[in-house]
Design a protein around this ligand. Structure first.
Ligand SMILES: [Zn+2]
Length: 473
């Protein structure tokens, strides 16, 4: 309470008196409650924590209501959009907001802007309450955070237990989606800036020495029901409703940011991630902006690592033509194993005996020699075996310039796209649970929130929070 008596905020001086009553009540109630807890032999530190929380909440609510009311009253009666003085003003229009400390009612002035031809509440704008819905900025943030991490029913219960904020699942869902759509607009704005000189402040500080930028891509599918209730009608038209759709993702980081944790697990200190349902075009443009933030233009070398999917290498040629390309080692390995199983369908030991020298060649960077051996092998085979091995050979041939794993090890570069694959798995923990169905608009909005959080850009959506580590962008 010291700040409200200090000279720095003279206009709040009088609030000391206003707050004196609630504060005195609070001291009495808190002292009584704590004394009871201290004397009770069965009460722990946890009980003391709960007691303080419980007794302080009403005081916090009243302080917030009072401070918000003051802010509303000192907001000039001007249009927040064009700055015009408002006419036809009416004061004391009440509205109740759900806040971190419980419901708070604020009386605001309403006026007519002749230029915009609209009614407006300048105080709502000043308080960050100009969006639809009755959630305060803090509650908006809470809804966005818990719903992007947990299914809404669980999120609602966890939120209430941890913060005391009561948001029924349907309200929580609506608020989180609204925030997700706001996040999508913000992402669009930031990415558009990256296409112009305005994006320069978003570029992370880069080292003086030459560095390698790694880009990894992957995709997974999500179950959606946009045509909920239309299944029978669609089938009558001879169409089967599409349920599974591709989510495309990418990540980028500087090679020198790849390190090991204290327990020896690989980790990446600073990276940018994108994840989207907006198709290949969407991931291409988002990933390009992300790569620019992480030093695409400054990198001495760019390396793309991914599995064999055609869209990935088309995108790479299109957006990252300067990049060296590498097929994820485990995919190359799986295709060699497929050859082994085609040759020795029921003999696991024989298959292993055949594949091990092949894998060793691959590891030693001898992909061209390996492909020669496979070609010779195909010529000796007949019928089904020939067909099966030729198919695997065609796959490996199409990636022949992407399989120098010895060079990868010498340069300390990743041989596979494990970083992206594990990121995809983490998104799936939220977005691909049993029995879950999404709508395209719904999953994109929540995924966008999750991505802002991962990329350390949460404060760009919720400027009221204290700024995070600037090194994390
Ligand atoms: Zn206006």
């Amino acid at each position: 309470m010291r700040s409200c008596c200090g000279p720095a905020v003279p206009h709040l001086d009088s609030s000391c008196e206003t707050f004196a009553g609630p504060v005195a009540d609070w001291v009495v109630r808190l002292t009584a409650g704590l004394t009871r807890s201290v004397q009770a032999s069965d009460q722990t530190l946890g009980h003391l924590e709960e007691e303080i929380l419980h007794q302080t909440r009403e005081l916090e609510r009243r302080l917030l209501e009072e401070a918000a009311q003051r802010k509303a009253e000192q907001t000039p009666p001007r249009c927040p959009v064009c700055g015009c003085a408002l006419t036809r003003r009416t004061p004391d229009r009440e509205r109740t907001y759900q806040t971190r400390f419980g419901p708070v009612t604020i009386r605001r002035l309403r006026g007519w802007c002749r230029r915009c031809r609209a009614w407006c509440f300048p105080a709502d704008h000043a308080l960050g309450l100009n969006e639809a819905g009755s959630a305060s900025p803090s509650v908006q943030e809470m809804a966005a955070l818990v719903a992007s991490k947990l299914p809404v029913a669980e999120a609602s219960a966890v939120l209430e237990r941890l913060t005391g904020v009561k948001l029924p699942p349907a309200t929580l869902d609506r608020e989180a989606r609204r925030q997700g759509q706001r996040a999508e607009r913000k992402r669009q704005e930031l990415d558009a800036q990256m296409r112009t000189a305005q994006g320069v402040p978003q570029i992370l500080a880069q080292p003086e020495v030459p560095f390698t930028l790694i880009i990894e891509l992957d995709a997974w599918n999500i179950c959606e029901r946009d045509d909920w209730g239309c299944t029978a009608a669609l089938r009558r038209q001879g169409r089967e409703p599409e349920r599974w759709h591709w989510v495309y993702g990418g990540t980028c980081f500087r090679l020198d940011q790849r390190t090991e944790s204290a327990r020896g697990r690989p980790c990446i200190l600073s990276r940018g991630t994108v994840m989207t349902r907006q198709g290949v075009e969407g991931v291409r443009e988002q990933l390009f902006a992300e790569a620019q933030r992480h030093g695409l233009a400054q990198a001495a070398k760019v390396l793309v690592v991914a599995d064999g999917a055609v869209w990935i290498w088309n995108l790479t040629g299109d957006r990252f033509p300067q990049a060296q390309q590498r097929l994820d080692y485990h995919h190359a390995r799986e295709h060699l194993w497929a050859v082994a199983h085609a040759l020795y369908p029921d003999e696991e030991r024989a298959a292993r005996h055949w594949v091990e020298p092949m894998l060793a060649q691959l590891q030693r960077g001898r992909a061209p020699a390996l492909l020669n051996d496979l070609r010779a092998l195909v010529r000796r085979l007949r019928h089904k075996k020939r067909q099966a091995v030729a198919g695997e050979l065609a796959y490996l041939e199409s990636h022949r310039d992407r399989m120098d794993y010895a060079a990868a090890r010498r340069a300390g570069e990743p041989e596979g796209s494990g970083a992206m694959e594990s990121t995809c798995r983490q998104y799936q923990c939220r977005f691909k649970r049993t029995g879950q169905f999404w709508s395209r608009a719904g999953d994109e909005a929540l995924m966008c929130l999750e991505t802002f959080w991962r990329n350390g850009r949460w404060h760009l959506l919720f400027p009221h929070i204290r700024h995070q580590d600037p090194g994390k962008n």
